[in-house]
Design a protein. Sequence first.
Length: 176
Amino acid sequence: MMQGQEQGAMFSSNQHYNNESALKIRLNTAALIERFELNLKGFKEVIQQDENGKVSVQIVEIGEAKANDAGIQEILRWLEGVLDPAVVQGNYSEERYLADLYRIRIGLAVDLMINLNTFEIKEEDFEGIIDSIMAIIRPFLSRLLDNKERESYETTIKSSENSIIQEKGGLKMPFT
């Protein structure tokens, strides 16, 4: 490297988001899975404001758990496998999307039916658990259709590299 030469610098421009990258926001499924876990356990988050105006999030019981702890953990592990951020980096046709939804629903139903007693899932909750999981998976996987997920990043994530070489006491020469 020449004396006085600056290293190349990477600049990112994300005009639509101030705090987190668009990519992180779109791909992070942790909050979604946590909300689903609360639902399986019979709880939900409620935003409350006290008399001083302080806002807090409270976890409130809304019903019974849909499965025992082992069952909830297995359902969440399974859900995390399907809601993996790497999964939505593909390119599906409508036919492939519908086939995968069918395959996922059947696989989940078989898994839960085999473990109905082990996971202490009531028969009347069986279909509701499957439907609520599919309500999450359906829109998540729809992002695979016609490569629209990756194309959507083009407008929010751009990077460029600029290098400036400057000789000691000499002229600046930009290279882009």
